[in-house]
Write a protein that binds this ligand. Structure first.
Ligand code: BGC
Length: 398
């Protein structure tokens, strides 16, 4: 909205300047004929005028640029720089917004919920026009977002849905259920669960229950795997209940995942039994699991199937060494561009492109969502998915 008003003002200023210069030039003005000539800049005696209005236009363009920098500021609140995922999302988003002419205030909160809330508050008081937020805890921002709503600042939930507040206007993310299904299906295919009876020893690690995405990751994966658990083909030997809460990893922490896997191995795999597959919802968790398995003596010869998500460099390197089996590639360049387009549409008073109006209810109603497509990545296709697409150079994976 503000952008439209600004554009109208700029156009009016150009017209006023051009008209007053035309009046000063005092030349032979013949209504529409001369203005046509002036537009073409061809007639000699109107040449000055044409030049002048061009200058005026340039000047107001730079005025517009200045006011853009001052007025059209996008606040981006990210969880932490610790995970490669978020620092790259942040960098791509900054680049995408700046290339559209916006000023960007980007803040990382070191995974501290209080820090993130106060960063968002500063963005509100600092005059940001739109907020893009990847929440640390999707349920902890209601209070601060009341202030955004009161200040009429649209909020885009980035990657993770922000719950229980009607201050959220849009949501941009990947198809989270599909990610879970891809992970579950990978395990089903590699163990050939359709045809084999097993039983295969299987453990489950998902993310924190305060990340709404985890409902979809866990739900998607178990929509494929639950029936094999029920049939006894997959056996959760640790005895962990097959529920999201029991299989959660606080904060997506690699260390927590490693500790839990250490304990599972020490308690339930003491008689030489082997773990055949581990469902892991993302790469940081998969890295913890991998470290615990290596410490327990597993090698690339007998490593279990382990899933992941994000194609973080450590995980891709592990894939190349025959450790982690797969990851789901979420192209953060794509999500950054989708989000920048959403911002642009909002600033122009238009409706952003949306492709899901049914799955993401944040407790106050359905949030209009754009879902990007994830992609399975493993040793067989990583070159095509990650290198040919320009996401990584080969040397980053050495
Ligand atoms: C994201 C994952 C990421 C995880 C840990 C989730 O909300 O969707 O891609 O691996 O957070 O940061």
């Amino acid at each position: 909205m503000k952008k439209i008003c600004k554009k109208i003002m700029v156009v009016m200023m150009v017209l006023i300047l051009a008209l007053s210069m035309a009046a000063c030039a005092g030349g032979n003005q013949e209504g529409s004929g001369s203005s046509k000539e002036n537009g073409g800049g061809s007639a000699n005696n109107s040449g000055d005028l044409a030049d002048n209005s061009e200058e005026a236009a340039n000047e107001s363009e730079s005025l517009a640029d200045d006011s853009k920098g001052e007025g059209e500021k996008i606040g981006i609140a990210m969880p932490s720089k610790d995970l490669q995922r978020w620092s790259e999302d942040g960098a791509y988003m900054k680049e995408a917004m700046e290339s559209k002419g916006y000023t960007v205030d980007i803040q990382y909160a070191n995974n501290d919920i209080g820090v993130q809330a106060s960063q968002i508050e500063n963005m509100i008081t600092g005059g940001c026009d739109v907020l893009v937020i990847a929440a640390i805890d999707g349920g902890a921002l209601s209070e601060v977002l009341e202030k955004a709503k009161a200040a009429d600042i649209p909020v885009i939930a980035y990657d993770r849905l922000i719950m229980n507040t009607d201050a959220v206007s849009y949501y941009a993310t990947f198809d989270n259920e599909k990610i879970g299904i891809m992970q579950g299906q990978y395990i089903a295919d590699k163990l050939d669960l359709e045809n084999q009876d097993g039983p295969f020893n299987f453990e489950i690690f998902t993310g924190p229950t305060d990340d709404n995405n985890v409902n979809f990751y866990f739900g998607g994966a178990m929509s494929v795997l639950q029936r094999y658990v029920d049939e006894g083909k997959l056996v959760v030997k640790s005895g962990t209940e097959v529920s999201m809460a029991a299989c959660a990893t606080p904060n997506w922490s690699q260390e927590e995942a490693q500790k839990r896997m250490d304990n599972i191995i020490a308690k339930s795999y003491t008689g030489g039994e082997k773990i055949d597959a581990v469902l892991s919802s993302n790469d940081s968790v998969a890295n913890g699991i991998t470290n615990a398995l290596l410490a327990a003596g597993y090698t690339e010869e007998n490593f279990p199937i382990i899933t992941g998500q994000d194609c973080e460099i450590t995980s891709v390197k592990n894939m190349l060494k025959g450790l982690q089996s797969m990851s789901v590639f979420v192209d953060t360049r794509r999500l950054a561009n989708v989000t920048a387009d959403m911002v642009d549409a909002i600033m122009n008073g238009e409706e952003p492109e949306i492709n899901n109006m049914k799955d993401y209810d944040n407790g106050t109603g359905i949030i209009p969502t754009y879902l990007c497509d994830p992609q399975v990545c493993d040793i067989d296709n990583y070159k095509e998915v990650l290198i040919d697409s320009g996401y990584y150079t080969e040397d980053r994976l050495q």
